[in-house]
Design a protein around this ligand. Sequence first.
Ligand code: FES
Length: 161
Amino acid sequence: MQDDFSVEEKKKEFLELKNFIDSIDNHSGSLMQILHKAQEIFGYLPFQVQKFISEKTNIPISEIYGVATFYTQFTINPKGKHKIGVCLGTACYVRNSQAILEKIMDELKIKVGETTSDNLFTLDATRCLGCCGLAPVMMIDDEVYGKVDPSKVPEILNSYK
Ligand code: FES
């Protein structure tokens, strides 16, 4: 999807991040903490935010990018309002959770890891969600859907529109 992140419109957020960075003495030892704060403020870590952190901390942007993309708790892409996770753990996989995933991709016209252009949904494939008895399982935000029939996917998605 198009990333329409605007630095101009985010002055207040950048000021908040600057104040946070200024309150820290050891920048390079606190990069994780700074990235967490930045993600809390912006929702994700776009290039402009990584660049800002680099300028304020003197940490090379390549290092910031490396950390932001290595750890799964960080994301450099915007997330949709609703996060869909389809379980591809063994129990779900053998009960054809792949078909659920394909149905969702088809319905929303996105791939795994992508967000719809209206910012409503982000799709992810996950490991075991801890409720294998309900396989195949998908989640939308905190809601668990068990024994999902792919033909029910449009109805489930529609309830979030
Ligand atoms: S394998 Fe899907 S919930 Fe465990």
